[in-house]
Design a protein around this ligand. Structure first.
Ligand SMILES: CC(C)(COP(=O)(O)OP(=O)(O)OC[C@H]1O[C@@H](n2cnc3c(N)ncnc32)[C@H](O)[C@@H]1OP(=O)(O)O)[C@@H](O)C(=O)NCCC(=O)NCCS
Length: 154
């Protein structure tokens, strides 16, 4: 079945993004900085609000008439080091039963198209070191490590 990616529209899409984002949020937690699921879900709610307070586009992936994934893309947030304009993937997720079927790659490609359409010269994102699946997806799509976020348990 083919995947179609479109721009989100309406309350049904928003509810899907919130529910799937909360469900998947633990995959961004590093094992050496454990956190309760409830706090991590609240952190996703906060991220969702932050994204919606800024210029952004929400992409929805549909397959067989069902929503299977989403991507939140900021399009007005310059890189903090260079002040170069960029697109920034704030979060993306695919339903667990639809993974490894190209949905994530299709969402990422659509986000890049949106960024190019806005003449943004870069697309960036953050990913947790231990999130091997996501890291492989990004590496295969041509993303390179630019900076590292370091943390030391005290
Ligand atoms: C990361 C995520 C979005 C990938 O979505 P997906 O639809 O499964 O990705 P794709 O099927 O397009 O994968 C494309 C390629 O990425 C790599 N990849 C994706 N998931 C992988 C995994 N779990 N393990 C190893 N490689 C993986 C593979 O190379 C894959 O190609 P292949 O299946 O032909 O080998 C999905 O696993 C997810 O929603 N995870 C939870 C939320 C999350 O971690 N989001 C990212 C936050 S930064």
């Amino acid at each position: 079945m083919t995947v179609a990616v479109r721009i989100a529209d309406g309350a049904g899409d928003a509810a899907f993004v919130k529910a799937l984002g909360r469900e998947c949020s633990m995959s961004s937690v590093a094992s050496f900085r454990p956190a309760t699921e409830s706090k991590v879900r609240t952190a996703f709610d906060r991220l969702y609000e932050i994204v919606h307070d800024q210029s952004h586009v929400t992409l929805i992936a549909d397959r067989g008439g069902e929503r299977v994934g989403f991507l939140l893309l900021l399009d007005g947030l310059a890189d903090e080091v260079t002040l170069e304009p960029q697109a920034f993937v704030a979060y993306m997720a695919v339903k667990p039963d639809s993974r490894r079927e190209g949905v994530g790659a299709a969402l990422l490609a659509a986000a890049e198209d949106e960024a190019r359409r806005r003449l943004l010269p870069y697309i960036a994102l953050m990913v947790t070191e231990e999130n091997q699946g996501a890291r492989r997806l990004y590496a295969r799509a041509g993303y390179r490590t630019e900076r590292r976020l370091l943390c030391k348990p005290l």
